[in-house]
Design a protein around this ligand. Structure first.
Ligand code: C2E
Ligand code: MG
Ligand code: MG
Ligand code: MG
Length: 291
């Protein structure tokens, strides 16, 4: 690709269609082996409740360090894995890792929930709720400590198929959240009909709310709408303390973002938690975060 900048020619590297295809092909054919080889892992990003800033839960985010491609973004490989029909394998892995983590915390006397992102393709699997029940039983985790996050466009793409599965999951007592709310064809009327407990404001609005009055208005109206529907409202993409303070003033329930912490590998998350929470029960006052 050629372009000119200030009269000077610059050459940018743009992969060809063939190279993109090969890369995706390698990703999908190597995924299972990569899991076995330990190249795929789960990072956890803490969420804190407002205004007390106690750790409310974590979001599980998949990571893949490929020997040839390096760190792959989930925004790149998750869609490839989905298209190849392997999302069940990926979700199963993330779910199991997350339940192990919750179990470990329970054994230490901590009740911390974990949120796992689902693809709409998980909801096409009629066996999915039964698999979730088995996994919860296997690790002895109460369902209310597990959240599933789904994008609204995902649910909307095939509501006939997705809705019964969502209702089944909800009936189990698992928490359901609508992710990236406000993007795509968000239908407010539809949100009312979804069996959900939580709405996550898309980070684009939260990142923009400090400089863009439109974004601020969107955030404010999602908080109000969510509350009027009895939902917990979570803001993702909280990078600045100004944003956190504004969200707190609006009554937003939970904050997640780089200000609180980046997604962390297991060992660093443990250190992060240890530094910020008191482990002994009955000393709630120490279970407070200062950011
Ligand atoms: P998401 O579920 O909306 O996750 C939030 C994304 O925002 C994460 O990107 C997270 O690292 C990033 N983020 C968190 N706080 C901030 C912040 O303060 N500023 C900014 N700029 N970004 C922030 P990540 O980990 O790259 O994941 C991207 C997307 O990939 C996720 O968006 C989710 O849709 C998908 N994904 C990740 N893990 C999984 C998984 O296990 N299964 C499925 N199906 N999808 C996944
Ligand atoms: Mg999410
Ligand atoms: Mg999101
Ligand atoms: Mg997203």
């Amino acid at each position: 690709v050629r372009a000119t900048r200030g009269g000077e020619e610059v050459r940018g590297y743009v992969p060809s269609m063939g190279q993109i295809f090969m890369r995706r092909f390698q990703m999908v054919t190597q995924f299972r082996q990569s899991l076995e080889d330990g190249q795929v892992s789960v990072h956890y990003q803490p969420k804190v409740s407002l205004p007390n800033r106690q750790v409310q839960g974590v979001e599980a985010l998949v990571r893949w360090v490929h020997p040839e491609f390096g760190r792959l973004s989930p925004d790149e490989f998750v869609p490839a894995i989905e298209a190849a029909g392997l999302i069940g394998v990926l979700t199963g892995f993330v779910l199991e890792e997350s339940l192990k983590r919750i179990r470990k915390w329970l054994d230490e006397g901590l009740r911390i929930s974990a949120a796992v992102n689902l693809s709409v393709r998980n909801l096409a699997d009629e066996e999915f709720p039964a698999k979730v029940v088995r996994a919860l039983d296997q690790f002895g985790v109460p369902p209310e400590l597990l959240t599933f996050e789904l994008t609204e466009s995902g649910v909307m793409s095939d509501p006939q198929k997705a809705l019964p599965i969502l209702r089944e999951l909800h009936a189990l007592g698992v928490v359901l959240a609508v992710d990236d709310f406000g993007t795509g064809y968000s239908s407010l009327a539809y949100l009312r009909q979804l069996p959900v407990d939580e709405v996550k404001i898309d980070k684009s609005f939260v990142l923009g709310m400090g400089t863009d009055l439109g974004d601020l208005a969107v955030v404010r109206s999602i908080v109000e709408l969510g509350h009027s529907l009895g939902l917990t409202v979570v803001a993702e993409g909280v990078e600045e303390d100004v944003a956190r303070d504004q969200l707190e003033a609006m009554g937003c329930d939970v904050a997640q973002g780089y200000l609180i912490s980046r997604p962390l590998p297991e060992d660093r998350l443990e250190a992060w938690l240890q530094a910020r929470t008191a482990r002994s029960p009955g000393r709630q006052a120490h279970n407070v975060l200062t950011l």
